[in-house]
Write a protein that binds this ligand. Structure first.
Ligand code: ADP
Ligand code: MG
Length: 330
């Protein structure tokens, strides 16, 4: 497996011809699979969180419950879907009522906000290996509803489209670096950034408001450049981003520039929506974002070719070493 990246691995071993399944509008390669079902379509997504990989040992169970569902609702948002139901697969090292109480409270607080019901799942004990309790694993599969053929996807961007980003980026990555001791962060920034890392708010209303307006969309889970890279690849285009335009966490301003670039462009866990739309739709996008009560910013445009470049404040291309997060490369 050495040298094989997460996406190469999926492409090589798990991506097969699905043309025989004519109700599958979209399979592997996007934020959600899209299934055709009569009058409407279903968007389906699955995400797994593992202790020690996605969250620290002893993480607050309330916010773990919230985040496990939030990352799935974020994928539904990227497809423009309305959350409908979800399934919960738990691997627990032990059954502690106080932990389960807090976890389920956090989970259902977010589920209720979005009218998304728990419809099933699976629960097992994760084994003790070499005397250590097995890692806590939380897998969620979520389903959302869409009008037929209305799903947003990564592959729809068109030449000269504007590239837009919701909210701001970089706070979650900065909080992670602070926790790892790689960045110094004072209050109140420390708390604000930790909130972005532990309690992401999926952009569900914006995703739905963008249906019929945006040409392509993705949620920013692995970093702006990595996720914009997926849009470029699936759309057969390049992109040009202006660093000065990227809406970034205020807490980044006092950090070294290299760390600002890294957190805002290559840091993960923001769960904002990145999307593209025709320049003629600027006013309509602003109006849709206002209806969804979500700020949006234009950060660049789609270009010919396959290059992804970021221009600094002087208009010179930045040399960037890290594009984002890959589970088998980092
Ligand atoms: P996201 O970050 O939106 O959750 P990823 O970029 O992680 O999505 O995944 C890329 C695509 O690969 C998605 O369509 C996902 O469903 C698919 N995928 C990931 N792992 C597997 C797997 N083990 N088997 C089949 N498809 C997978
Ligand atoms: Mg996604």
């Amino acid at each position: 497996m050495a040298g094989l990246g997460e996406f190469e691995l999926i492409a090589r071993f798990f991506t097969r011809d699905t043309s025989a399944c004519d109700q599958l509008r979209q399979g592997i390669g996007d934020d959600c699979a899209i299934l055709q079902a009569g009058e409407c379509d279903w968007a389906v997504t699955s995400d797994l969180l593992i202790e020690g990989m996605h969250f620290f040992l002893g993480a607050d169970p309330y916010w773990l419950g919230h985040k496990a569902l939030a990352v799935n609702l974020s994928d539904l948002a990227a497809a423009g879907a309305q959350p409908f139901c979800f399934f919960l697969a738990l691997g627990l090292p032990q059954a502690q009522p106080a932990w389960l109480e807090a976890f389920s409270k956090g989970l259902f607080a977010l589920a209720d906000t979005h009218g998304c019901v728990l419809a099933g799942g699976d629960t097992t004990r994760s084994p003790s290996l070499a005397g250590r309790a097995g890692p806590l694993t939380i897998g969620i599969t979520a389903m959302g509803r869409l009008p037929a053929a209305a799903a947003l996807s990564r592959g729809g961007a068109r030449m000269a489209d504007d590239i837009w980003l919701s909210g701001s980026v970089g706070a979650a990555a900065l909080a992670l670096r602070a926790r790892q001791g790689a960045a110094a962060l004072a209050e109140p920034d420390a708390l604000l950034c930790a909130r972005r890392l532990d309690a992401p708010q999926p952009r569900v209303a914006l995703g739905q408001a963008l249906r019929g307006l945006a040409h392509a969309a993705i949620d920013v889970s692995d970093g702006v450049l990595a996720d914009l890279g997926h849009v470029c690849e699936r759309s057969g285009l390049g992109a040009s981003v202006q660093w000065a335009a990227v809406p970034r966490a205020e807490a980044l301003a006092s950090q070294p520039l290299a760390l600002q670039y890294e957190c805002a462009l290559a840091g993960g866990d923001d769960y904002e929506l990145l999307f593209t739309a025709a320049p003629a739709q600027r006013a309509a996008i602003e109006a849709a974002a206002a209806r969804a009560n979500t700020p949006v910013t234009r950060i660049g445009s789609m270009t010919k070719g396959s290059e992804l470049c970021v221009l600094d404040a002087q208009g010179k291309p930045l040399a960037l070493s890290r594009r984002g997060f890959d589970h088998f490369r980092d």
